[in-house]
Write a protein that binds this ligand. Sequence first.
Ligand code: NAD
Length: 258
Amino acid sequence: MFTDLQQKKVLITGSTKGIGLAAAVAFARQGALVGINSRQKDEAAQDAIAQMEATGARFEYFARDLSTSEGCAALIEDFTKAFGGMDVLVNNAGGLGIRAGLESLDDAAFDLVMDLNLRSAIMTTKYAMPHLKASAATSGTTASVISTGSIAGREGGGLGASLYGGTKAMLHNLHRNWVKEFTKDNVRFNIVSPGTIDTVFHADKSEELRAKIAGSIPMGRFGTSEECAPTFLFLASHATSGYITGQVIDINGGQMCP
Ligand code: NAD
């Protein structure tokens, strides 16, 4: 179905676990050339590398900390040197950072969450743009930027996650602006907005809280990373989504229907 993804050069940030890793494996299975990334080559990265090797696809792992602008620039440099360009960028690196109420937030918490969720996506996209524009011009189709937003960016986030929800809302809105700036260059921008997906993101929650959350979802359960992956393929493929840009696609089992 996504045959035009074969040999496409796809960089997925924050992809040694969870949603990013499932997307990376899915792209690899479509015959894409995939770059995976995390801050450091830890146990999760080794495991992700093994999973990518099992697909038989060509891929590279890059250790870069995307909460720094230098790390973002270096990742784009690494990827484009290794693959000779870029057709698809998936900004997936991100996370809660800290769970704390407004009155206990300080500058360190602010910087942590902003850098992890916003600096990472903004600076990585900035440095990727020349390569994505070149890809679209050469192919005569479109290049694609997909960022992982969140249900928290739509409804505010859980208690203590105001900064996280705020960064995701801003990410959704940044895309709307970039559509205005870069559609003339045939670069598309879309958001994948997960609801509650069963990854280490929720490792701090008790069984009781997990059951309560599951009960609030019409489908009665958390989603899986594998259930998110096909939407990244859809939004990356010009054949399936060439006229779709500036959209937020929710994957949430009915948890919120905006
Ligand atoms: P995860 O913790 O399982 O994976 C996060 C990945 O990002 C890991 O590979 C980690 O090594 C990498 N990473 C973290 N900090 C990084 C940094 N500074 N530089 C480079 N890489 C870094 O998380 P997940 O649940 O798969 O979440 C992935 C994305 O989905 C995040 O943007 C998250 O905000 C978003 N999201 C998750 C959920 C959910 O319920 N799991 C819901 C909505 C949105």
